[in-house]
Design a protein around this ligand. Structure first.
Ligand SMILES: *[C@@H]1O[C@H](CO)[C@@H](O)[C@H](O)[C@H]1NC(C)=O
Ligand SMILES: *[C@@H]1O[C@H](CO)[C@@H](O)[C@H](O)[C@H]1NC(C)=O
Ligand SMILES: *[C@@H]1O[C@H](CO)[C@@H](O)[C@H](O)[C@H]1NC(C)=O
Ligand SMILES: *[C@@H]1O[C@H](CO)[C@@H](O)[C@H](O)[C@H]1NC(C)=O
Ligand SMILES: *[C@@H]1O[C@H](CO)[C@@H](O)[C@H](O)[C@H]1NC(C)=O
Ligand SMILES: *[C@@H]1O[C@H](CO)[C@@H](O)[C@H](O)[C@H]1NC(C)=O
Ligand SMILES: *[C@@H]1O[C@H](CO)[C@@H](O)[C@H](O)[C@H]1NC(C)=O
Ligand SMILES: *[C@@H]1O[C@H](CO)[C@@H](O)[C@H](O)[C@H]1NC(C)=O
Ligand SMILES: *[C@@H]1O[C@H](CO)[C@@H](O)[C@H](O)[C@H]1NC(C)=O
Length: 554
């Protein structure tokens, strides 16, 4: 009973909508034009092309609307910058073979504006994809013009946001001025090849938001894409031809879904709920202040969970402390110690949004660090299995700390900065289970970082405590190593103590050492040794509040 009623409402709504749009054909030809309020409907009834007004405006526009949903949903506008002022509009094929919007005085408000060699045989057809295409008998299946190549503010399935570097042609999405004014707004969304292609939002021509590079599954600079199953999205890069496009096609054909690029430059996912008969939970892609390009300036890092959201990367300090304190972070940060291209290592920053404009090298893991180390102008690198190595040689801009997802960013720092990281092996678990080769990489399966309160110097230190788990080893080797280590320790005890007291934790353990070399090599290296008690005291018994973080080097 209820069902029958529901069905009736649906039928009523649909027929009401059809009435407005008419039940026309799907094409406009030289002999068939439409005038306000007529419309054409795509063959399967998915989209309609006709005249409409927006909520608080009497202006009339010609555009493409969803025909299968009973809520006015505009996905493309022809005369977006030149509205019709009354109900006398006409949409027809002009004598030169273009589809045109005319007003009552036969003035052309908008034209597809292409050269057409056979105007008499031209058809403008609205497809079920929402694409309005113009073709003639001569064009052999190639469209003279497509609305998909001149998008408004909607990103529909099978539409391609594209950039052709050779021809300079770009298909980009352009926001509306406001919800009731479809004229060109401040924001555009385009695909930028850079060295690794990514999508970018521009605000009046200024970079406003980056998705981060595409890795074959998603954009690595978008937290909202982390763990989301990206159904049917693809970025196709023909680097030889220098042409690129981004598109999507859902495998579930019964889903009605599209993206709207709103007047504030947010990309919003709309999904139709057939039961509730409304567009469901609009999902916004731009989530917080940190997503705005370069919020924290060069070498700043944005963390939306912190207050203030901006801080300087380790080894950097604000360029202008007053501005920075005042919440103007655009000046960014500068190095506290300049790089000398020697005695340097890499600091690992986890779950980061990669900085803008990476250099790129297609390679396998392991190579990135060496490549970066070799090149004195390289200040950071990152690796993603779907991309390869990314390097940065200039300012690091638009760095963000995510709570999950992102990539590990390795920041080049002088060892005087890295030296503040101290490593200590605390215990060895179940040696009897170990097999294979003991490498530090295996050894350091877990570490925790603590703030180390130094009595004499205010400069805080960081201690890494590791727990040793499977890896390998015959106990003998380990014991041997330990002995050697102890011997060294005894010899250096005095020295170490001085170092500690001076607040200079000493040489220690830069990232580079967490490599694949054998335990012997590693343990022979200078390790500063602290008594467990010392550490416990300094870190308040390894108290949670002193803990800066933890990780797993696997
Ligand atoms: C289309 O517009 C042109 C230019 O005003 C006009 O000459 C022609 O008659 C119109 N065609 C139709 C079918 O209305
Ligand atoms: C239309 O105007 C009303 C009242 O000013 C406002 O509440 C509503 O949001 C407006 N609608 C649009 C689409 O701008
Ligand atoms: C049509 O194209 C010409 C140049 O190709 C351009 O000057 C003109 O503004 C375009 N007109 C419209 C309505 O897009
Ligand atoms: C196209 O139409 C014009 C006038 O309407 C006519 O003179 C011309 O012969 C036609 N061309 C073709 C190829 O049909
Ligand atoms: C667009 O930019 C202009 C000029 O910068 C500004 O006045 C206007 O508020 C902006 N509109 C939106 C929706 O951001
Ligand atoms: C396809 O989408 C519809 C509508 O949301 C949903 O009811 C259905 O379960 C989906 N089918 C599959 C195979 O996911
Ligand atoms: C922020 O600082 C920059 C210089 O670093 C300056 O050009 C800009 O005007 C400042 N912005 C504000 C809002 O004070
Ligand atoms: C070092 O890096 C810079 C910037 O990425 C690059 O232009 C230069 O060619 C590199 N030099 C070498 C020797 O790889
Ligand atoms: C060490 O591993 C063996 C074999 O898995 C297990 O039986 C034993 O309980 C473990 N010992 C400890 C102390 O965990």
């Amino acid at each position: 009973m209820g069902k029958t009623n529901g069905g009736f409402v649906v039928v009523a709504l649909i027929s009401c909508f059809y009435l407005e749009f008419g039940t026309g054909a799907d094409s406009i030809t030289p002999s068939k034009s439409i005038k306000d309020p007529e419309a054409i409907i795509s063959e399967g009834g998915v989209f309609g092309l006709g005249f409409f007004s927006l909520a608080n405006s009497s202006n009339r526009y010609v555009g493409i609307l969803y025909n299968q949903v009973p809520v006015q949903t505009v996905v493309w506008v022809a005369n977006r910058n030149k509205p019709l002022m009354d109900f006398s509009g006409i949409l027809n094929l002009s004598s030169d073979g273009n589809i045109v919007v005319l007003n009552g005085k036969s003035e052309i408000l908008w034209s597809s504006n292409v050269t057409n060699s056979a105007p008499n045989t031209t058809t403008a057809q609205l497809l079920d994809s929402g694409n309005l295409v113009l073709y003639n008998d001569d064009s052999n299946g190639v469209n003279l013009w497509e609305s998909f190549q001149h998008p408004s503010n909607a990103f529909l399935q099978t539409m391609k946001i594209s950039t052709d570097v050779k021809t300079g042609q770009k298909v980009e999405i352009r926001s509306w001025k406001s919800p009731d004014d479809p004229s060109e707004g401040n924001f555009s969304l385009s695909l930028e090849p850079f060295n690794v292609p990514e999508c970018v939002v521009w605000n009046n021509g200024q970079l406003y938001f980056r998705t981060g590079p595409w890795n074959g599954h998603g954009f690595i600079g978008m937290i909202s894409m982390y763990n989301v199953y990206l159904d049917g999205f693809s970025l196709v890069a023909d680097s030889k031809e220098k042409s690129y496009y981004f598109t999507f096609e859902l495998s579930n054909t019964s889903l009605v879904m599209y993206y709207e690029f709103d007047p504030q430059g947010q990309l919003i996912e709309h999904q139709w709920d057939d039961g509730k008969r409304e567009w469901l939970n609009p999902l916004s892609v731009l989530l917080n202040d940190c997503d705005i390009y370069g919020k924290c300036g060069a070498f700043g890092v944005c963390d939306s969970t912190k207050r203030p959201i901006c801080s300087c990367l380790k080894g950097f300090e604000p360029r202008n402390v007053e501005e920075w304190r005042g919440g103007n972070w655009s000046g960014g940060c500068v190095r506290t110690t300049l790089l000398q291209c020697q005695n340097e290592g890499f600091l690992k920053l986890k779950t980061m949004k990669v900085p803008a404009f990476p250099d790129w090298l297609s390679t396998t893991y392991g190579g990135c660090e060496d490549q970066c180390k070799k090149n004195c102008s390289c200040v950071a690198y990152a690796y993603d299995a779907g991309i390869g190595c990314m390097f940065w040689s200039a300012d690091l801009i638009d760095v963000q700390k995510f709570s999950l997802g992102g990539v590990d960013l390795f920041l080049r720092l002088p060892s005087s900065e890295l030296g503040k990281i101290v490593l200590m092996l605390t215990k060895l678990i179940n040696v009897s289970q170990l097999s294979g080769f003991l490498t530090l990489k295996n050894l350091l399966t877990k570490f925790e970082v603590y703030r180390f309160a130094d009595k004499e110097k205010r400069k805080s230190k960081i201690i890494v405590i590791t727990t040793v788990i499977p890896g390998v080893v015959s106990i003998t080797i380990f014991v041997l190593c330990l002995r050697r280590w102890m011997a060294k320790k005894r010899g250096r005890k005095q020295n170490d103590k001085q170092k500690l007291n001076k607040g200079n934790a000493g040489a220690i353990f830069s990232r580079k050492d967490v490599g694949d070399n054998s335990i012997q090599d590693k343990l022979q290296q200078e390790l500063p040794l602290f008594r467990f008690k010392e550490l416990a005291t300094a870190t308040n018994d390894f108290h949670r509040t002193k803990k800066l973080g933890q990780g797993n080097t696997r």
